[in-house]
Design a protein around this ligand. Structure first.
Ligand SMILES: [Zn+2]
Length: 446
C-alpha cells in the first residue's frame, strides 16, 4: 500500500455506520482508513479540514442521458460531467439512447467510448440497449462491460430506439437472465397510453391525463410476471405512480428480483404547480399530483423504492415548445439533484444519511460498483462531495453547467451547497473552477 497522501477531516463524515467526526486517510486515490477526528496526520500527508461542512461519498447517478455523439447539442460528455461534478456526483452511468448511434451493439459502444474519452470530469459507465432486433448483441455487450440493458415497453421518443412488445420482452429477458445480466425498464403500457385522451396543447392537466398511472401500474405488473417466469433480475426506471408500490412490494416479498428508482422531480415538484406551456416540466412518466408524492417518500423510507437518480434528459431549448404533446420529454436536473432531494427530504424529517443511501450507496449497488463506490470506507475510491447542508441558494439557470440551461427548478430556493467534489483523492471542482477531466470509463466488474 502506498503512503498516505491526504487526510480529509470533518466533524460530519457520512460513513456506512453513521455520521461522525472523522479523518479520512487517502493513498493512491483510495480510502485507506477512517480514523478519529483528532488522529495524527501521517508524516508527508496533506490535511484538508472542512470544519462543520459534511463529507459525503460522491453520488452515483445511474440514469443520465448524455446524448453524445450524435445529439451533442442537447448534452455532451464534457458538459454533463462538469454539471455532475458541480452537483457532487462522481460517477454516472449513461443511458443507451438519444445518442447516435444508440448503445445497442459492441461497435456502437466503442463509438460512445471514443466520444467520451478524455472528456469526462467524473467516472462514466454505460448501459446497453435491448431492442426488438438485437437479442444476439446482448451477450457481447455484457461481455464488453455494460452495466445492464435498458428497454422501453412503449415508444421511447426517438425512432432509432423502438420498444419491446411482450413477446420481444420475453425473448430479451430470457437471454439476459441466461448470462446473469440486469434489465432496466421504462415501464408504461402502450395500450393504456393509446386509450388515454390525447388532447395536446399547453395545459399540463391534459398532458397528465394522457399518461395515466394505470399505464405504469399495468406495465410493472407485466414486467413482474416476466421476471418471475425467467427468474430474471429487473429494475423499474423512474417510478412516478405511487399506486404501483404495493405490486412491487408484494413481488419482492415473493422472491421476484426487482428493484426500483424514482427521481428528484417526482419527489419535489407537483402537477398542480406546473404553469401552462411550461414544458421544462415535461417528462415521461409525468410529474403527478401532490397527493401522489407522499407514497413515494414513504416507499423510500421503508425501502420499497431503492434509489433516487436524475433521469437527466435535456434537449435544446427550441424543442421545449409550449405544446406538451410535441415538446421534448425530459427534465434537466443533473447539477441540482442533491440539493433538490435534500431540501424536501429534510422537510420530511430525513437525514443526509438517508439521502446518501438513496443517491450513492444503493445506486452503486444496483450496478455492482459497491466495492469501490458509494461509501466512505477503506478500500473505496476516494470520491467525495463537501456539502454545506444549511446554506441556501436560488436556482439561476445561468449558473448551470448543463449545455442547455433550461430547468424546471429555475427560481426555486434550495438547501445545500456543494463546496467541492473529489475524484480518487483529487479536487475536481471547487467554487466553479474545474480541473482538466480526470474521469475514467468504467466497465462492469466481471
Ligand atoms: Zn431516462
Amino acid at each position: 500500500m502506498s503512503d498516505a497522501e491526504l487526510v480529509l477531516r470533518s466533524r460530519r463524515v457520512i460513513t456506512p455506520d453513521g455520521t461522525r467526526a472523522a479523518s479520512v486517510v487517502v493513498a493512491g486515490g483510495t480510502i485507506t482508513d477512517v480514523l478519529p477526528h483528532d488522529a495524527d496526520v501521517p508524516a508527508g500527508a496533506r490535511l484538508e479540514d472542512f470544519g462543520d461542512d459534511v463529507l459525503l461519498p460522491g453520488l452515483v447517478d445511474t440514469h443520465v442521458h448524455v446524448n453524445d455523439p450524435g445529439r451533442t447539442e442537447w448534452e455532451g460528455f464534457w458538459t454533463a460531467t462538469r454539471a455532475a461534478a458541480a452537483g457532487g456526483i462522481t460517477t454516472l452511468v449513461d443511458m443507451p439512447l438519444n445518442s447516435l448511434p444508440p448503445t445497442t451493439t459492441v461497435e456502437h459502444l466503442r463509438t460512445k467510448k471514443e466520444a467520451a474519452a478524455g472528456k469526462t470530469h467524473i467516472d462514466v459507465g454505460f448501459w446497453g440497449g435491448a431492442l426488438p432486433g438485437n437479442v444476439e448483441d446482448l451477450r457481447p455487450l455484457h461481455d464488453a462491460g455494460v452495466f445492464g440493458f435498458k428497454a422501453f415497453l412503449s415508444p421511447s421518443g426517438v425512432d432509432e430506439f423502438p420498444h419491446l412488445d411482450q413477446e420481444q420482452l420475453a425473448r430479451s429477458l430470457a437471454e439476459i437472465a441466461g448470462f446473469g445480466g440486469l434489465l432496466v425498464v421504462h415501464a408504461e403500457d402502450p395500450h393504456h397510453l393509446a386509450a388515454a385522451p390525447q388532447q395536446g396543447g399547453p395545459k399540463y392537466a391534459d398532458f397528465l391525463a394522457s399518461r395515466p398511472r394505470e399505464a405504469e401500474d399495468t406495465a410493472i405488473s407485466r414486467l413482474i410476471a416476466q421476471a418471475r417466469r425467467f427468474d430474471a433480475r429487473v429494475h423499474v426506471l423512474h417510478l412516478s405512480s405511487g399506486d404501483a408500490l404495493p405490486l412491487i412490494a408484494a413481488a419482492r416479498a415473493d422472491g421476484v428480483r426487482i428493484t426500483v428508482e424514482t427521481c428528484p422531480h417526482y419527489l419535489t415538484l407537483t402537477a398542480e404547480e406546473v404553469p401552462d406551456g411550461a414544458s421544462e416540466f415535461k417528462c415521461c412518466p409525468p410529474i403527478r399530483e401532490a397527493a401522489n408524492q407522499d407514497p413515494l417518500w414513504h416507499a423510500l423510507a421503508d425501502g420499497t423504492i431503492d434509489c433516487v437518480v436524475t433521469d437527466h434528459s435535456p434537449s435544446t431549448a427550441d424543442l421545449k415548445t409550449g405544446d406538451f404533446a410535441t415538446a421534448w420529454g425530459g427534465i434537466a436536473g443533473l447539477q441540482l439533484s442533491l440539493p433538490a432531494v435534500w431540501t424536501e427530504a429534510r422537510r420530511r424529517g430525513h437525514g443526509l444519511q438517508d439521502v446518501v443511501r438513496w443517491m450513492s450507496a444503493r445506486t452503486a449497488r444496483l450496478v455492482g460498483l459497491d466495492s469501490r463506490k458509494g461509501a466512505i470506507a477503506p478500500g473505496h475510491d476516494a470520491d467525495f462531495a463537501v456539502f454545506a447542508p444549511d446554506e441556501t441558494f436560488t436556482v439561476d439557470p445561468d449558473a448551470l453547467q448543463h449545455r442547455n440551461r433550461v430547468t424546471a427548478y429555475a427560481g426555486r430556493t434550495l438547501s445545500g451547497v456543494v463546496r467541492s467534489t473529489w475524484l480518487r483523492g483529487e479536487r475536481i471542482v471547487a467554487d466553479g473552477e474545474f480541473t482538466e477531466p480526470k474521469g475514467r470509463l468504467l466497465t462492469r466488474a466481471h
